[in-house]
Design a binder for this molecule. Structure first.
Ligand SMILES: [Zn+2]
Length: 166
């Protein structure tokens, strides 16, 4: 049995009660979080439940064209009022440069290919968070009244640390 088969089996059991059915598409706490796809990040560490917030995830927790699109939909269509950007210690994108990632993947795949324009590798986590904040705060479609705050999640201590903008 593959993991996907196991997931389907678990879903069959979940659907018998489906306790999340009453939720609406609007986040109950009007919060959107942009963060990394890392397995160690969880809404549990922030006292949040399913239905409380939008969780937008990609490798690194990076403001890209697509995560920006999601944040705009979150605010304009689904009424979120606060944005959190969360990067984390020991992120996979901190362990290699842009070029090393490109070369590594190409060597493993054994072929050149149309690659993503950027992997958004970074070395300094504080600067990386600040850079994401800057991209959001300077965007003309993100209104001033939307709170935009940045954080580093420490995977060892389990704590969030706020990073001030430039
Ligand atoms: Zn990460």
């Amino acid at each position: 049995m593959t993991v996907i088969d196991e997931v389907l089996e678990a879903n069959e059991i979940y659907a018998r009660t489906h306790e999340l059915r009453p939720l609406t598409p609007r986040p109950a706490r009007k919060l959107a979080i942009l963060t990394c796809m890392d397995t160690r990040l969880s809404i549990r560490t922030m006292g949040l439940k399913t239905g409380d917030a939008h969780i937008i995830r990609n490798a690194g927790g990076i403001v890209t064209d697509d995560s920006l699109r999601s944040l705009l939909v979150s605010h304009y269509l689904l009424e979120t009022q606060e944005f959190m950007v969360i990067n984390h210690t020991d992120c996979g994108l901190m362990h290699a440069t842009e070029q090393e990632l490109r070369t590594r993947i190409q060597n493993r795949a054994g072929t050149a290919a149309v690659a993503p324009a950027f992997f958004y590798a970074f070395q300094n986590i504080e600067e990386n968070v600040q850079h994401q904040l800057q991209k959001l705060r300077t965007h003309p479609w993100i209104p001033r009244e939307v709170a935009v705050r940045g954080f580093v999640y420490d995977v060892v201590s389990g704590r969030l640390r706020e990073i001030k903008a430039f």
